[in-house]
Design a protein around this ligand. Structure first.
Ligand code: MG
Length: 199
C-alpha cells in the first residue's frame, strides 16, 4: 500500500528504553556509580580489565533490574502493539539493555514478541549489526523494515543499517547530527502514521 510515497513496512524494530517504556535508566547515576565520567556506558565497560568489568557489570545489572521492575509503558504502547499484531506486521526489539532486563520489562507488561536482540547478542547500537540481526530473524530486508527509537544511537544505527528510521522526539529538538527519515512526537503519532498507510 502506498500513500505519499510511504509504503507499509513489513516489520518494525523498536528500541525499548524511552521508546516503548518511559525512560528506565538514570544514566548520570549509573555513570557516577561506574566512575566513567560522561562516557557511553557499554563502550566504557568494553575497555575495562576483566576484574573491573565484572564489578561494572554487577553495578549495571543492579540498576537495570531495579529499573525494569519499576518500568512503565509509554502512552499508546499497548494499543500500538495490538494493532501491529492485528495487521500481521512483524515486530521486534533491539536494545542496549541486557536480555535479563528486557525480559523483566516484557514479562511485567505481558508483552510477547518473537524477536528480541540485546547487548548479550554481541554488538550493540549505534553499530548496525543488531538491527540487521533483527531483520534476519524476522526474515525481512532492511529496506522493508522501520527502526523506531527515541535516541541518537537508534538513528545512527538505522542509517548505518539502511533501515528507514523514525525518531520519537518526545517534543525535544534534535540533539544529534544523524538525520532520521521521519520524526514523530510519540507512539500515538507513530500509530496514526501507520494507520494512514492502510486506507
Ligand atoms: Mg531509548
Amino acid at each position: 500500500m502506498r500513500v505519499n510515497d510511504v509504503t507499509m513496512p513489513r516489520a518494525l524494530i523498536f528500541d525499548m528504553d524511552g521508546t516503548l517504556t518511559e525512560p528506565l535508566l538514570d544514566f548520570p547515576h549509573i555513570k557516577a556509580d561506574l566512575g566513567i565520567g560522561d562516557r557511553p556506558i557499554l563502550e566504557a565497560i568494553a575497555e575495562m580489565s576483566d576484574a573491573e568489568r565484572q564489578r561494572a557489570d554487577a553495578i549495571l545489572h543492579d540498576h537495570e533490574d531495579r529499573a525494569a521492575r519499576d518500568s512503565t509503558l509509554n502512552a499508546g504502547c499497548k494499543e500500538l502493539l495490538s494493532w501491529i499484531e492485528s495487521r500481521k506486521i512483524r515486530w521486534g526489539i533491539v536494545t542496549r539493555n541486557s536480555a535479563r532486563c528486557a525480559k523483566i520489562v516484557l514479562a511485567q507488561h505481558a508483552i510477547e514478541l518473537e524477536t528480541l536482540v540485546t547487548r548479550d547478542d554481541g554488538l550493540f547500537k549505534p553499530h548496525p549489526a543488531p538491527l540487521l540481526l533483527a531483520c534476519e530473524r524476522m526474515d525481512v530486508l532492511p529496506n522493508d523494515a522501520w527502526m523506531i527509537g527515541d535516541g541518537q544511537y537508534d538513528v545512527e544505527a538505522g542509517l548505518a543499517a539502511g533501515i528507514p528510521t523514525v525518531w520519537i522526539s518526545h517534543g525535544r529538538d534534535r540533539f544529534f547530527d544523524a538525520m532520521p527519515w521521519k520524526t514523530v512526537r510519540d507512539l500515538p503519532e507513530l500509530h496514526e502514521l501507520l494507520r494512514s498507510l492502510t486506507v
